[in-house]
Write a protein that binds this ligand. Sequence first.
Ligand code: NAG
Ligand code: NAG
Ligand code: NAG
Ligand code: NAG
Ligand code: NAG
Ligand code: NAG
Ligand code: NAG
Ligand code: NAG
Ligand code: CU
Length: 641
Amino acid sequence: MVLLSPSLLVTTVFLGLAATAKFVDVPSDDNGVAYHSLTVSEGAYSPDGGKERSVYFLNDDFGSHIIGIDEGATLKASHLPLGALESLLTISTPFTLHSHGIHQRDSIWMDGVPGVTQKAIMPGETFTYEFKVEQSGMYHMHAHYKALQDDGMYMGLLVRPSADKQKPFAQISPEDQDLIAKAEQNANAVLLADYRRYTSTELQTVWDESNIEPLCANAILFNGQGSAVCPSRAEIDAMAAGGNYSSQGCLWPNDPAVIAFPDVANPDAVPLEIYECDTNAVNSPLYTIEVNKEDGWAVLDFVNAGGLWQLQVSVDEHPLWIFAVDSEYVDVTEPVDSFAVNAGSRFQAAIKLDGQAGDAFNIRAAALTGVQFLSGYAILQYSSADGGNTTQLVSPAEGYPALANSTAYISYTGDSLTTADGLAENATAFNPSGPQAAPFVASVPPSSDAVVDYTFIYDMSRPNATRYAMNATGLHPSMYEDSDPLVWKSVYQPFLDGSATGAVANSHSIEVVDKLNATIDLIISVTYAKSTGHPIHKHLNKFWVIGSGTGLWNWTSVADAVKDIPDSFNFNNPPLRDGFNTPSTFTSDASWLALRYISDTAGPSTLHCHLSQHLGGGMLSVALQDMESLRLPAEFDQPSS
Ligand SMILES: *[C@@H]1O[C@H](CO)[C@@H](O)[C@H](O)[C@H]1NC(C)=O
Ligand SMILES: *[C@@H]1O[C@H](CO)[C@@H](O)[C@H](O)[C@H]1NC(C)=O
Ligand SMILES: *[C@@H]1O[C@H](CO)[C@@H](O)[C@H](O)[C@H]1NC(C)=O
Ligand SMILES: *[C@@H]1O[C@H](CO)[C@@H](O)[C@H](O)[C@H]1NC(C)=O
Ligand SMILES: *[C@@H]1O[C@H](CO)[C@@H](O)[C@H](O)[C@H]1NC(C)=O
Ligand SMILES: *[C@@H]1O[C@H](CO)[C@@H](O)[C@H](O)[C@H]1NC(C)=O
Ligand SMILES: *[C@@H]1O[C@H](CO)[C@@H](O)[C@H](O)[C@H]1NC(C)=O
Ligand SMILES: *[C@@H]1O[C@H](CO)[C@@H](O)[C@H](O)[C@H]1NC(C)=O
Ligand SMILES: [Cu+2]
């Protein structure tokens, strides 16, 4: 491993220039190792031309660092936090990076959860993540410490499938399948993220002081680029249907709909500027994906790397053939016009390049929430024919950046548009539980009456104004992130023998699975109203989404529930995912999600809500799986003192 010398590091000063996504191809060496040296640094930046704020850069890139490796490679990414250099360049916080969706079958100590699979990396330390990637598709790596992901600490990881892997492209077009496979190899990776002009630490302070969770983003970024959008008052009022929304399209902090704990809420402690749109930030250049009509097809790989909103995504006038979800090929039989991507999830789509050379089309991402109206934009630009000009972008209305004059499939709030809006046909949206979400290579869970070794029922609740819980009190980051990790025997043993005491044990969020290959049901039970949904993410291997519903989960097992409500379950072709949203509780007081998986890896399996403020509020649990067989390499085990 080559360490950069401090003098070299000082020269990597970022000047706050607009970031452009730099896709870095990381080929494997003769030993199959793809080595990528990574520097995490800190500085002031504004992606949209508005107020600067403190952010993190990965190799000087903001929100746009993406690497590509080949399936089967061993990725070695070395993180070199800048230590005692000048203050602008000093990363002042501990952190870890989690490789989201990567199985870590033989490398659980590389899963990147501080206090669970490793000790947090301290300022000035270096750490090398090294693991074999036996999967393919779109992934991301992101901070798993506090809500640092929201400050830009994330990057893309595109794993190109091996040539002999079975691919679903003949289902899209038998004659074009090779073109699509080629487009997949040259995919355009897009890291989506909601952006806020305030750091996660500043927002946490506002939350603590007001007892009102801040729920207002300022822009939606595509690979670190985006523009504020400040629709006119008339336009906001038309969307608001009588509600009182700010210029940023957010419900004000004194609105009962965003106050969960009225007795302790103090709206006056919330700086209202958080909720106002910055009209100076409207003309920032949009991220542009250039495509060439001669290629016939393009592939777009979207990741929701944001921590706040689920996003509805579409490309104007280009139906999306969604061929992989959460990096798993799905049964793609017809295209859709848009899809909803929950925080942490990935959608890979092929589009047919039916536009004309020089044409431009808008790519849209709309926040899916009742408490904010917000869309972000990027541009799909067809290269011009020789000497030709490309389409001029123009602002469609007051408060919008310059956009293409193309026809939308979704509204500013993410709803599908219809013939009533002038479309020839109603726009369609991907159904995450429908047949098109089924794995392409059949993967069937143990059946409805299977022997289930463990049923864990998680009460997704809000113990108080600043806390979220997976169960009981929740596992707040302050309870584990800075501690010795659960992979160490001295730390996990008390949980196995029942002698654990203290806050972590009392959180009732550490479960024990005593054998490998156990069949485990996870019931995610949301027991409070007005939840837009929790995007539940499981580390290590995937789960099957076997059921969901609204109303209170009142059974002790899936088998009992199947007897009462068989239509709420699917054991034939359920989605195979590593993240899935619980149903919203706007029209009922409760909802549930039933997930089934096989515990095929020895070690702690982390399960949590992927919304940063929920994770930061304590919505996390850990299953200690077959810990007796876990063998840590000496350098990751507890140092003997
Ligand atoms: C909307 O809320 C803001 C902030 O609390 C307040 O200043 C304004 O008067 C309210 N407008 C209406 C029409 O209620
Ligand atoms: C391209 O645009 C330039 C400047 O607007 C114009 O002079 C030129 O004629 C255009 N060329 C074509 C092929 O349209
Ligand atoms: C946008 O396209 C429509 C239909 O093609 C056209 O009528 C309209 O004039 C265009 N608007 C602008 C600003 O170019
Ligand atoms: C299209 O959407 C409109 C408005 O929601 C609805 O009334 C109509 O039935 C839909 N048409 C079709 C063919 O589904
Ligand atoms: C949730 O907490 C309760 C105690 O409040 C406990 O009995 C139960 O086992 C916990 N559930 C899980 C999945 O840990
Ligand atoms: C919420 O609960 C946590 C843990 O029990 C406690 O530390 C915190 O002070 C509570 N906050 C409020 C606002 O009650
Ligand atoms: C677990 O399942 C895998 C895959 O079926 C199998 O290879 C392995 O031997 C099993 N291990 C145990 C301990 O059951
Ligand atoms: C559980 O809920 C279902 C559906 O809401 C209902 O039909 C059933 O009666 C309930 N069972 C119990 C024991 O409350
Ligand atoms: Cu949540």
